[in-house]
Write a new protein. Sequence first.
Length: 275
Amino acid sequence: MNKALAKSIPHLVLIPYVLIVVYPIYFIVISSLKKNNEIITNPWGLPSEFSISHYESALTNSHLGTYFINSLYTATIATFGSLLLAMGIAFAVTRMRFPSISKLVYGLLLLSLLIPPASLLIPLYIMVKDMGLYNTPLALIIPYMAFGIPLTVFVVAAFMKAIPTELEEAGIMDGLSAYGLLFRVIFPLSLPTLVTVFIINFLGHWNEYVMANLFLSTQTLRTLPVAVVGFADKFNMNYGALCASISISVIPIIIIFIFLQKQIIEGVTAGSVKG
């Protein structure tokens, strides 16, 4: 009985935590299926009549589908780009024999983690304007990639240091070049960590608002966070459409966690056990 009670305690502790995490999602989804007046008069209850009119309004009248595609395109390209570059940098600073340069590059990347992105908005804006990138997808993709590289290098390099050098020596004996070692030996072994870092960066890019609002002024190019804020103004608040747009915005994140949860757990625990 004591053993059964001891095993059940973690579950009893986790149940309130799960409810706290899941309830906001439940509240947003239920609210998106209510009428606006019902959201105010009966915020905690179920809708008297389920309706998808807010979703139809958000997707047609507010062009939320276009903003969704813009966010998906920008976040995906920027995340893959930063991941590819960071993987090459991490391989260079951990495996190639340039001790002084590697330490310098690694130190600068770690130092850049201490710089808040908000402090760079003015020079970034000037650079984007001078390079002719303002009001183009590259105005977001390039800064997103730049901000995603330091953390990715830090995490991936820490994992690469734990990979036995004997595997690379065997690859060299088989005639692999540096690129062959990176993509045929290091990349498969680092996949769980890469998936975890991919999700961290993707979430950051997907939810980013300040640069998306500052560097893009054309409505057809704007991203989902900017569109969601647009449902609220000084004189009116469309709660139903706002909840519907938030519900739509979390779909990619939920899908990613459903299909990649195994790799996420492996990436988080990678390197925690040696031998």
